[in-house]
Design a protein. Structure first.
Length: 527
Protein backbone atom coordinates (compact mmCIF):
# COMPACT_ATOMS: atom_id res chain seq x y z
CA UNK A 1 0.00 0.00 0.00
CA UNK A 2 2.82 2.39 0.83
CA UNK A 3 5.14 1.65 -2.07
CA UNK A 4 3.44 3.72 -4.80
CA UNK A 5 3.50 6.79 -2.57
CA UNK A 6 6.97 6.30 -1.11
CA UNK A 7 8.23 6.21 -4.66
CA UNK A 8 6.78 9.61 -5.44
CA UNK A 9 7.48 11.52 -2.24
CA UNK A 10 11.26 11.61 -2.30
CA UNK A 11 12.60 15.07 -1.50
CA UNK A 12 9.06 16.48 -1.22
CA UNK A 13 6.85 18.26 0.97
CA UNK A 14 5.97 20.35 3.89
CA UNK A 15 8.50 21.98 6.18
CA UNK A 16 9.50 19.87 9.13
CA UNK A 17 8.75 21.02 12.65
CA UNK A 18 12.14 22.71 12.86
CA UNK A 19 11.41 24.90 9.85
CA UNK A 20 13.50 22.95 7.33
CA UNK A 21 13.38 24.44 3.84
CA UNK A 22 11.46 22.73 1.08
CA UNK A 23 13.55 20.83 -1.44
CA UNK A 24 11.97 21.31 -4.85
CA UNK A 25 12.25 18.68 -7.58
CA UNK A 26 14.14 19.71 -10.71
CA UNK A 27 12.84 18.36 -14.02
CA UNK A 28 13.69 18.12 -17.69
CA UNK A 29 10.63 18.64 -19.90
CA UNK A 30 11.21 18.43 -23.66
CA UNK A 31 9.03 19.25 -26.66
CA UNK A 32 10.42 17.84 -29.91
CA UNK A 33 9.23 18.78 -33.40
CA UNK A 34 10.40 17.57 -36.80
CA UNK A 35 11.79 19.31 -39.91
CA UNK A 36 13.04 22.59 -38.43
CA UNK A 37 11.54 25.97 -39.25
CA UNK A 38 11.86 29.21 -41.21
CA UNK A 39 14.88 30.22 -39.17
CA UNK A 40 15.03 33.84 -40.29
CA UNK A 41 11.51 34.34 -38.88
CA UNK A 42 12.02 32.15 -35.80
CA UNK A 43 15.17 33.65 -34.27
CA UNK A 44 15.18 37.12 -32.66
CA UNK A 45 17.77 39.39 -34.27
CA UNK A 46 20.01 39.47 -31.18
CA UNK A 47 21.94 36.23 -30.78
CA UNK A 48 23.85 37.21 -27.63
CA UNK A 49 22.56 39.52 -24.93
CA UNK A 50 19.50 40.42 -22.92
CA UNK A 51 16.12 39.85 -24.55
CA UNK A 52 12.92 41.61 -23.54
CA UNK A 53 9.40 41.04 -24.79
CA UNK A 54 9.97 43.56 -27.58
CA UNK A 55 12.79 41.44 -29.06
CA UNK A 56 10.29 38.69 -29.79
CA UNK A 57 7.85 41.00 -31.59
CA UNK A 58 7.50 40.06 -35.24
CA UNK A 59 9.18 36.67 -34.81
CA UNK A 60 7.61 33.21 -34.72
CA UNK A 61 8.25 33.26 -30.97
CA UNK A 62 6.14 36.39 -30.37
CA UNK A 63 3.54 34.32 -28.51
CA UNK A 64 6.21 33.65 -25.85
CA UNK A 65 6.92 37.34 -25.22
CA UNK A 66 4.99 37.38 -21.89
CA UNK A 67 7.56 34.94 -20.50
CA UNK A 68 10.63 36.80 -21.81
CA UNK A 69 12.33 37.04 -18.41
CA UNK A 70 12.06 33.25 -17.98
CA UNK A 71 13.37 32.32 -21.42
CA UNK A 72 16.86 31.29 -22.50
CA UNK A 73 17.90 31.03 -26.16
CA UNK A 74 21.10 28.98 -26.35
CA UNK A 75 22.46 29.86 -29.80
CA UNK A 76 25.19 28.42 -31.98
CA UNK A 77 24.76 24.68 -31.36
CA UNK A 78 24.95 21.73 -33.72
CA UNK A 79 23.28 18.33 -33.39
CA UNK A 80 25.09 15.27 -34.68
CA UNK A 81 25.04 13.03 -37.77
CA UNK A 82 23.84 15.44 -40.45
CA UNK A 83 22.93 13.85 -43.79
CA UNK A 84 24.77 15.16 -46.85
CA UNK A 85 24.91 13.91 -50.42
CA UNK A 86 28.71 13.52 -50.19
CA UNK A 87 28.72 12.07 -46.64
CA UNK A 88 30.92 14.88 -45.36
CA UNK A 89 29.01 15.42 -42.11
CA UNK A 90 27.44 12.08 -41.20
CA UNK A 91 26.22 8.68 -42.28
CA UNK A 92 24.52 7.79 -45.54
CA UNK A 93 21.31 6.31 -44.16
CA UNK A 94 18.00 8.20 -44.34
CA UNK A 95 18.30 11.99 -43.74
CA UNK A 96 15.52 11.90 -41.14
CA UNK A 97 16.33 8.57 -39.49
CA UNK A 98 19.97 9.19 -38.71
CA UNK A 99 19.44 12.71 -37.35
CA UNK A 100 16.59 11.56 -35.09
CA UNK A 101 18.43 8.43 -33.99
CA UNK A 102 21.55 10.39 -33.09
CA UNK A 103 19.84 13.51 -31.73
CA UNK A 104 19.55 12.50 -28.06
CA UNK A 105 22.10 9.66 -28.18
CA UNK A 106 25.01 11.45 -29.88
CA UNK A 107 25.83 8.01 -31.29
CA UNK A 108 25.65 6.61 -34.85
CA UNK A 109 22.95 4.28 -36.14
CA UNK A 110 23.42 0.70 -37.29
CA UNK A 111 23.45 -0.96 -39.77
CA UNK A 112 25.53 1.76 -41.37
CA UNK A 113 25.13 2.91 -44.95
CA UNK A 114 27.72 4.86 -46.89
CA UNK A 115 25.47 5.24 -49.94
CA UNK A 116 23.15 8.27 -49.39
CA UNK A 117 20.97 7.41 -52.41
CA UNK A 118 20.87 3.61 -52.01
CA UNK A 119 17.24 2.98 -51.04
CA UNK A 120 17.73 -0.79 -50.91
CA UNK A 121 20.30 -0.81 -48.10
CA UNK A 122 19.08 -2.91 -45.17
CA UNK A 123 19.61 -0.10 -42.69
CA UNK A 124 18.35 2.71 -44.89
CA UNK A 125 15.01 3.11 -43.08
CA UNK A 126 15.56 0.78 -40.13
CA UNK A 127 18.86 1.86 -38.60
CA UNK A 128 18.84 2.37 -34.82
CA UNK A 129 21.37 4.10 -32.57
CA UNK A 130 24.01 2.08 -30.73
CA UNK A 131 23.30 3.74 -27.36
CA UNK A 132 20.33 4.78 -25.19
CA UNK A 133 18.90 8.27 -25.51
CA UNK A 134 19.13 11.17 -23.07
CA UNK A 135 15.68 10.63 -21.57
CA UNK A 136 16.57 7.09 -20.52
CA UNK A 137 20.05 7.97 -19.31
CA UNK A 138 18.46 10.55 -16.99
CA UNK A 139 15.47 8.45 -15.93
CA UNK A 140 17.66 5.55 -14.84
CA UNK A 141 18.93 7.77 -12.06
CA UNK A 142 15.87 9.88 -11.35
CA UNK A 143 12.80 7.67 -11.88
CA UNK A 144 11.76 4.88 -9.56
CA UNK A 145 11.07 2.56 -12.49
CA UNK A 146 14.05 3.80 -14.48
CA UNK A 147 11.85 5.04 -17.34
CA UNK A 148 11.04 8.50 -18.68
CA UNK A 149 7.56 9.70 -19.57
CA UNK A 150 7.45 9.83 -23.38
CA UNK A 151 4.16 11.12 -24.78
CA UNK A 152 3.50 10.65 -28.50
CA UNK A 153 1.28 13.58 -29.42
CA UNK A 154 -1.57 12.30 -31.56
CA UNK A 155 -0.90 8.64 -30.73
CA UNK A 156 0.84 7.90 -34.03
CA UNK A 157 3.03 4.80 -34.07
CA UNK A 158 6.79 5.14 -33.75
CA UNK A 159 9.24 4.01 -36.41
CA UNK A 160 13.03 4.38 -36.66
CA UNK A 161 12.62 7.09 -39.32
CA UNK A 162 11.48 9.64 -36.75
CA UNK A 163 11.93 7.95 -33.34
CA UNK A 164 13.99 9.82 -30.73
CA UNK A 165 13.72 7.61 -27.63
CA UNK A 166 15.77 4.45 -27.14
CA UNK A 167 15.90 2.53 -23.86
CA UNK A 168 19.08 0.72 -24.90
CA UNK A 169 21.20 0.21 -27.99
CA UNK A 170 18.91 -0.49 -30.97
CA UNK A 171 15.88 -0.70 -28.65
CA UNK A 172 13.16 1.73 -29.67
CA UNK A 173 11.01 2.98 -26.79
CA UNK A 174 7.36 3.43 -27.85
CA UNK A 175 6.22 5.61 -24.97
CA UNK A 176 2.55 6.44 -24.48
CA UNK A 177 0.21 7.65 -27.19
CA UNK A 178 -3.16 7.05 -25.57
CA UNK A 179 -4.08 9.78 -23.10
CA UNK A 180 -6.38 7.61 -21.01
CA UNK A 181 -3.63 5.03 -20.68
CA UNK A 182 -1.18 7.76 -19.73
CA UNK A 183 -3.44 9.25 -17.08
CA UNK A 184 -4.19 5.84 -15.65
CA UNK A 185 -0.50 4.99 -15.52
CA UNK A 186 0.31 8.25 -13.76
CA UNK A 187 -2.49 8.47 -11.22
CA UNK A 188 -4.80 5.47 -11.34
CA UNK A 189 -7.67 7.95 -11.53
CA UNK A 190 -9.11 6.52 -14.72
CA UNK A 191 -9.22 2.89 -13.61
CA UNK A 192 -12.47 1.01 -13.31
CA UNK A 193 -14.74 1.84 -10.41
CA UNK A 194 -14.86 4.89 -8.17
CA UNK A 195 -11.81 6.55 -6.64
CA UNK A 196 -10.75 4.78 -3.45
CA UNK A 197 -10.80 6.76 -0.23
CA UNK A 198 -7.07 6.17 0.27
CA UNK A 199 -6.23 7.47 -3.22
CA UNK A 200 -8.41 10.51 -2.64
CA UNK A 201 -6.83 11.27 0.73
CA UNK A 202 -3.34 10.88 -0.73
CA UNK A 203 -4.16 13.33 -3.49
CA UNK A 204 -5.47 15.73 -0.87
CA UNK A 205 -2.08 15.82 0.82
CA UNK A 206 -2.24 13.02 3.37
CA UNK A 207 0.94 11.05 4.01
CA UNK A 208 1.23 7.30 3.73
CA UNK A 209 1.64 7.11 7.50
CA UNK A 210 -1.75 8.84 7.91
CA UNK A 211 -3.33 6.22 5.69
CA UNK A 212 -1.87 3.12 7.34
CA UNK A 213 -1.84 4.38 10.94
CA UNK A 214 -4.88 2.33 12.00
CA UNK A 215 -3.49 -0.83 10.40
CA UNK A 216 -0.15 -0.37 12.15
CA UNK A 217 -1.85 0.15 15.51
CA UNK A 218 -3.79 -3.07 14.98
CA UNK A 219 -0.58 -4.93 14.24
CA UNK A 220 1.07 -3.53 17.36
CA UNK A 221 -1.66 -5.07 19.53
CA UNK A 222 -0.99 -8.55 18.20
CA UNK A 223 1.04 -11.09 20.10
CA UNK A 224 4.42 -11.14 18.38
CA UNK A 225 8.06 -11.75 19.08
CA UNK A 226 10.44 -9.05 20.22
CA UNK A 227 12.17 -9.32 16.86
CA UNK A 228 8.93 -8.68 14.97
CA UNK A 229 8.09 -5.78 17.27
CA UNK A 230 11.49 -4.33 16.50
CA UNK A 231 10.87 -4.76 12.77
CA UNK A 232 7.50 -3.05 13.04
CA UNK A 233 8.99 -0.17 15.03
CA UNK A 234 11.72 0.20 12.41
CA UNK A 235 9.07 0.28 9.67
CA UNK A 236 7.18 3.06 11.48
CA UNK A 237 10.41 5.01 11.89
CA UNK A 238 11.06 4.60 8.18
CA UNK A 239 7.60 5.92 7.36
CA UNK A 240 8.19 8.90 9.63
CA UNK A 241 11.42 9.65 7.79
CA UNK A 242 10.26 9.10 4.20
CA UNK A 243 6.49 9.34 3.95
CA UNK A 244 6.11 13.08 3.58
CA UNK A 245 2.80 14.48 2.33
CA UNK A 246 2.19 14.53 -1.39
CA UNK A 247 2.67 18.01 -2.82
CA UNK A 248 -0.40 20.05 -1.96
CA UNK A 249 -0.69 21.21 -5.56
CA UNK A 250 -1.22 17.58 -6.65
CA UNK A 251 -4.93 17.01 -6.26
CA UNK A 252 -8.08 16.02 -8.06
CA UNK A 253 -8.70 19.71 -8.59
CA UNK A 254 -5.53 19.89 -10.69
CA UNK A 255 -6.73 16.99 -12.84
CA UNK A 256 -9.94 18.88 -13.51
CA UNK A 257 -8.13 22.21 -13.94
CA UNK A 258 -6.03 20.62 -16.69
CA UNK A 259 -9.13 19.28 -18.41
CA UNK A 260 -8.11 15.65 -17.99
CA UNK A 261 -11.68 14.50 -17.49
CA UNK A 262 -13.31 11.43 -18.94
CA UNK A 263 -15.51 13.61 -21.14
CA UNK A 264 -12.53 15.45 -22.65
CA UNK A 265 -10.52 12.28 -23.13
CA UNK A 266 -13.49 10.79 -24.96
CA UNK A 267 -13.41 13.79 -27.30
CA UNK A 268 -9.73 13.11 -27.94
CA UNK A 269 -10.54 9.52 -28.84
CA UNK A 270 -13.29 10.69 -31.17
CA UNK A 271 -10.84 13.08 -32.82
CA UNK A 272 -8.60 10.12 -33.63
CA UNK A 273 -11.43 8.63 -35.63
CA UNK A 274 -11.89 11.73 -37.76
CA UNK A 275 -10.52 11.69 -41.28
CA UNK A 276 -7.40 13.76 -41.74
CA UNK A 277 -6.04 15.99 -39.04
CA UNK A 278 -6.63 15.33 -35.36
CA UNK A 279 -3.97 16.98 -33.17
CA UNK A 280 -5.44 20.42 -33.95
CA UNK A 281 -9.03 19.28 -33.28
CA UNK A 282 -10.62 21.36 -30.53
CA UNK A 283 -11.38 19.59 -27.27
CA UNK A 284 -12.48 22.72 -25.41
CA UNK A 285 -12.74 26.35 -26.43
CA UNK A 286 -9.19 26.87 -25.16
CA UNK A 287 -7.41 23.58 -25.91
CA UNK A 288 -6.92 21.25 -28.83
CA UNK A 289 -5.83 17.60 -28.80
CA UNK A 290 -2.12 18.39 -28.63
CA UNK A 291 -2.72 20.67 -25.63
CA UNK A 292 -4.20 17.73 -23.78
CA UNK A 293 -0.91 15.85 -24.11
CA UNK A 294 0.87 18.90 -22.73
CA UNK A 295 -1.63 19.03 -19.88
CA UNK A 296 -0.87 15.41 -19.02
CA UNK A 297 2.84 16.28 -19.00
CA UNK A 298 2.09 19.19 -16.66
CA UNK A 299 0.15 16.89 -14.33
CA UNK A 300 3.11 14.51 -14.20
CA UNK A 301 5.38 17.43 -13.34
CA UNK A 302 3.07 18.99 -10.74
CA UNK A 303 2.57 15.63 -8.98
CA UNK A 304 6.28 14.79 -9.37
CA UNK A 305 5.38 11.53 -11.05
CA UNK A 306 8.24 11.95 -13.49
CA UNK A 307 11.24 14.24 -13.67
CA UNK A 308 12.08 13.36 -17.27
CA UNK A 309 9.18 14.16 -19.61
CA UNK A 310 9.35 14.19 -23.41
CA UNK A 311 6.54 15.36 -25.71
CA UNK A 312 7.16 14.19 -29.26
CA UNK A 313 5.10 15.66 -32.09
CA UNK A 314 4.55 13.44 -35.15
CA UNK A 315 7.08 13.45 -37.96
CA UNK A 316 5.60 13.55 -41.44
CA UNK A 317 2.12 15.00 -40.87
CA UNK A 318 -0.68 16.74 -42.76
CA UNK A 319 -2.04 19.71 -40.79
CA UNK A 320 -5.48 19.77 -42.37
CA UNK A 321 -6.76 21.46 -39.24
CA UNK A 322 -4.55 24.42 -40.18
CA UNK A 323 -5.93 24.50 -43.72
CA UNK A 324 -2.96 22.68 -45.27
CA UNK A 325 -3.10 19.71 -47.63
CA UNK A 326 0.59 18.85 -48.05
CA UNK A 327 2.56 16.79 -45.58
CA UNK A 328 5.21 18.54 -43.52
CA UNK A 329 8.13 16.74 -45.18
CA UNK A 330 7.05 17.84 -48.67
CA UNK A 331 6.43 21.40 -47.49
CA UNK A 332 9.84 21.66 -45.88
CA UNK A 333 11.44 20.56 -49.14
CA UNK A 334 9.58 23.63 -50.52
CA UNK A 335 8.45 21.55 -53.51
CA UNK A 336 5.26 19.85 -52.38
CA UNK A 337 7.22 16.61 -52.76
CA UNK A 338 10.24 15.02 -51.06
CA UNK A 339 12.59 15.92 -53.92
CA UNK A 340 15.81 17.87 -53.45
CA UNK A 341 15.46 20.58 -56.08
CA UNK A 342 12.92 22.10 -58.44
CA UNK A 343 10.22 24.81 -58.62
CA UNK A 344 8.92 26.12 -55.30
CA UNK A 345 5.38 25.29 -54.28
CA UNK A 346 3.22 28.41 -54.41
CA UNK A 347 2.94 30.19 -51.03
CA UNK A 348 5.09 27.53 -49.39
CA UNK A 349 6.74 29.98 -46.97
CA UNK A 350 3.35 31.10 -45.67
CA UNK A 351 2.36 27.46 -45.12
CA UNK A 352 5.56 26.72 -43.22
CA UNK A 353 5.13 29.82 -41.10
CA UNK A 354 1.63 28.64 -40.19
CA UNK A 355 3.09 25.38 -38.88
CA UNK A 356 5.93 27.16 -37.06
CA UNK A 357 3.50 29.48 -35.29
CA UNK A 358 1.33 26.51 -34.31
CA UNK A 359 4.28 24.80 -32.65
CA UNK A 360 5.26 28.05 -30.92
CA UNK A 361 1.71 28.37 -29.56
CA UNK A 362 1.85 24.79 -28.27
CA UNK A 363 5.13 25.49 -26.48
CA UNK A 364 3.68 28.70 -25.05
CA UNK A 365 0.72 26.70 -23.74
CA UNK A 366 3.04 24.20 -22.07
CA UNK A 367 5.11 26.99 -20.55
CA UNK A 368 2.05 28.86 -19.34
CA UNK A 369 0.54 25.83 -17.66
CA UNK A 370 3.79 25.00 -15.86
CA UNK A 371 4.10 28.59 -14.75
CA UNK A 372 0.57 28.61 -13.33
CA UNK A 373 1.39 26.22 -10.49
CA UNK A 374 3.20 27.65 -7.48
CA UNK A 375 6.01 25.57 -6.07
CA UNK A 376 8.28 26.75 -3.26
CA UNK A 377 9.34 30.34 -3.89
CA UNK A 378 8.59 30.09 -7.60
CA UNK A 379 6.56 27.93 -9.96
CA UNK A 380 6.85 24.46 -11.44
CA UNK A 381 8.29 26.16 -14.55
CA UNK A 382 10.99 27.86 -12.49
CA UNK A 383 12.08 24.51 -11.06
CA UNK A 384 12.25 22.91 -14.52
CA UNK A 385 14.24 23.16 -17.72
CA UNK A 386 11.51 23.09 -20.37
CA UNK A 387 13.11 22.93 -23.82
CA UNK A 388 11.76 23.00 -27.36
CA UNK A 389 14.17 21.08 -29.61
CA UNK A 390 13.81 20.85 -33.39
CA UNK A 391 15.18 18.08 -35.59
CA UNK A 392 16.86 20.45 -38.03
CA UNK A 393 17.57 24.11 -38.32
CA UNK A 394 16.04 24.53 -41.81
CA UNK A 395 13.92 21.68 -43.13
CA UNK A 396 14.98 22.04 -46.75
CA UNK A 397 18.71 22.33 -46.05
CA UNK A 398 18.33 19.58 -43.42
CA UNK A 399 21.22 21.21 -41.58
CA UNK A 400 21.86 20.58 -37.89
CA UNK A 401 24.08 23.58 -37.18
CA UNK A 402 22.58 26.78 -35.74
CA UNK A 403 19.74 24.80 -34.18
CA UNK A 404 16.58 26.65 -33.10
CA UNK A 405 16.42 25.85 -29.37
CA UNK A 406 14.48 27.70 -26.70
CA UNK A 407 14.40 26.92 -22.99
CA UNK A 408 11.90 28.16 -20.42
CA UNK A 409 12.71 28.04 -16.72
CA UNK A 410 16.01 28.22 -14.87
CA UNK A 411 15.72 24.74 -13.30
CA UNK A 412 15.93 26.07 -9.77
CA UNK A 413 18.36 28.85 -10.63
CA UNK A 414 20.88 26.67 -12.49
CA UNK A 415 20.55 28.54 -15.80
CA UNK A 416 20.55 32.17 -16.79
CA UNK A 417 17.27 33.41 -18.21
CA UNK A 418 16.03 36.53 -19.98
CA UNK A 419 18.69 36.41 -22.67
CA UNK A 420 20.18 34.79 -25.73
CA UNK A 421 23.63 33.27 -25.32
CA UNK A 422 25.73 32.44 -28.36
CA UNK A 423 27.82 29.54 -27.07
CA UNK A 424 29.70 29.25 -30.36
CA UNK A 425 31.53 32.55 -30.63
CA UNK A 426 29.65 35.04 -28.44
CA UNK A 427 28.69 37.35 -31.31
CA UNK A 428 25.36 39.14 -31.16
CA UNK A 429 24.69 38.95 -34.92
CA UNK A 430 24.89 35.22 -35.61
CA UNK A 431 23.20 34.30 -38.90
CA UNK A 432 19.47 33.65 -38.73
CA UNK A 433 19.77 31.39 -41.80
CA UNK A 434 18.51 31.72 -45.37
CA UNK A 435 15.19 29.93 -45.11
CA UNK A 436 13.21 32.25 -47.41
CA UNK A 437 15.73 32.14 -50.22
CA UNK A 438 14.98 31.46 -53.04
CA UNK A 439 11.21 30.87 -52.66
CA UNK A 440 9.72 34.36 -52.70
CA UNK A 441 6.98 35.72 -50.51
CA UNK A 442 4.85 36.31 -53.59
CA UNK A 443 5.31 32.73 -54.75
CA UNK A 444 7.61 31.22 -57.32
CA UNK A 445 11.34 30.66 -57.37
CA UNK A 446 13.27 27.45 -57.48
CA UNK A 447 15.16 25.34 -54.96
CA UNK A 448 18.68 24.89 -56.36
CA UNK A 449 20.52 21.58 -56.48
CA UNK A 450 22.66 23.08 -53.72
CA UNK A 451 19.70 22.89 -51.34
CA UNK A 452 22.04 23.20 -48.34
CA UNK A 453 22.40 26.89 -49.21
CA UNK A 454 19.03 27.52 -47.54
CA UNK A 455 20.60 26.71 -44.19
CA UNK A 456 23.28 28.42 -42.13
CA UNK A 457 26.77 28.14 -43.69
CA UNK A 458 28.35 24.95 -42.29
CA UNK A 459 31.33 26.79 -40.81
CA UNK A 460 29.05 28.68 -38.40
CA UNK A 461 27.32 27.69 -35.15
CA UNK A 462 28.93 24.30 -34.55
CA UNK A 463 29.21 24.12 -30.76
CA UNK A 464 28.34 20.48 -29.94
CA UNK A 465 24.91 19.85 -28.46
CA UNK A 466 26.54 17.23 -26.20
CA UNK A 467 27.70 20.02 -23.89
CA UNK A 468 24.17 21.39 -23.48
CA UNK A 469 22.98 17.90 -22.59
CA UNK A 470 25.63 17.92 -19.84
CA UNK A 471 24.14 21.21 -18.59
CA UNK A 472 20.67 19.72 -18.50
CA UNK A 473 21.75 16.54 -16.75
CA UNK A 474 23.67 18.40 -14.06
CA UNK A 475 20.75 20.77 -13.53
CA UNK A 476 18.32 17.97 -12.70
CA UNK A 477 20.73 15.95 -10.58
CA UNK A 478 22.16 13.26 -12.85
CA UNK A 479 25.57 12.07 -11.66
CA UNK A 480 28.65 10.79 -13.46
CA UNK A 481 31.45 8.36 -12.77
CA UNK A 482 35.12 9.28 -12.53
CA UNK A 483 35.30 9.47 -16.33
CA UNK A 484 32.60 12.16 -16.47
CA UNK A 485 30.03 10.01 -18.29
CA UNK A 486 26.60 9.53 -16.67
CA UNK A 487 26.69 6.56 -14.32
CA UNK A 488 24.19 5.14 -11.87
CA UNK A 489 25.69 5.48 -8.41
CA UNK A 490 28.12 8.12 -9.60
CA UNK A 491 29.11 11.14 -7.53
CA UNK A 492 30.69 13.49 -10.07
CA UNK A 493 29.32 16.18 -12.38
CA UNK A 494 28.55 15.09 -15.91
CA UNK A 495 31.20 16.33 -18.34
CA UNK A 496 30.95 13.77 -21.16
CA UNK A 497 28.00 12.49 -23.15
CA UNK A 498 27.63 10.42 -26.30
CA UNK A 499 30.05 8.63 -28.58
CA UNK A 500 31.16 11.61 -30.68
CA UNK A 501 30.77 15.39 -30.46
CA UNK A 502 32.03 16.13 -33.98
CA UNK A 503 29.48 15.38 -36.68
CA UNK A 504 32.22 14.41 -39.16
CA UNK A 505 33.14 11.44 -36.95
CA UNK A 506 29.76 9.91 -37.71
CA UNK A 507 30.79 9.30 -41.32
CA UNK A 508 32.49 6.09 -40.19
CA UNK A 509 29.25 4.67 -38.80
CA UNK A 510 30.96 3.88 -35.53
CA UNK A 511 34.28 2.60 -36.86
CA UNK A 512 36.10 5.64 -35.49
CA UNK A 513 37.10 5.28 -31.82
CA UNK A 514 34.75 7.11 -29.42
CA UNK A 515 35.94 10.65 -28.87
CA UNK A 516 34.63 13.71 -27.02
CA UNK A 517 36.74 16.65 -28.14
CA UNK A 518 35.14 19.36 -26.00
CA UNK A 519 34.01 17.97 -22.63
CA UNK A 520 32.14 19.84 -19.92
CA UNK A 521 29.10 22.10 -19.80
CA UNK A 522 28.55 25.43 -21.47
CA UNK A 523 29.66 27.62 -18.56
CA UNK A 524 28.13 30.62 -20.36
CA UNK A 525 24.65 29.25 -19.66
CA UNK A 526 25.14 28.94 -15.90
CA UNK A 527 23.52 31.46 -13.57
Amino acid sequence: MAVPFLRSVEERAAKADGGEDLVMPHRLIVMFTAYGCLTNRWFPEISHGMLTASNYTGTTLEVLAPYANKLLLPRGMRAMNEWTTDMSLGQGNDPHLQVCGSYFTCAPVTPHSDEPFDLAHEGKFDGKPVAPSLDHVCARQLSSDGLPLLLRVGNLNESPVDAISYSAAQTLFPGIGDLTQGLSQLTGLMGSGPLSSDTYQALRGKSVLDLVKADLETLERLDMSATDKQKLAAWKDLLHETAKPVLKSCSLDVVRQLGLTEANLLLVEQARGLSGDNITTRVTDAWDVSDMYSNLAVLAAVCDQSRVIFLKYPGNYVFRGLGLNNDTDSLNHRLGSPGLSGPCLADVNAMLHTIDRYYAAKFAHLVGQLDSFDEGEGTVLDNSATVWFQQYSDGCAMNTNNLPIIQAGSCGGYFKTGQAINVDDGTSDLSRGNSEVPCTVEGGGEVPSDFKSLGTPPELANAPINKYFCNLMNAIGVKAGEDGFPQEGGTQKVTHYGMYDDTTDFVSGGANPPKINDPGEFDELLA
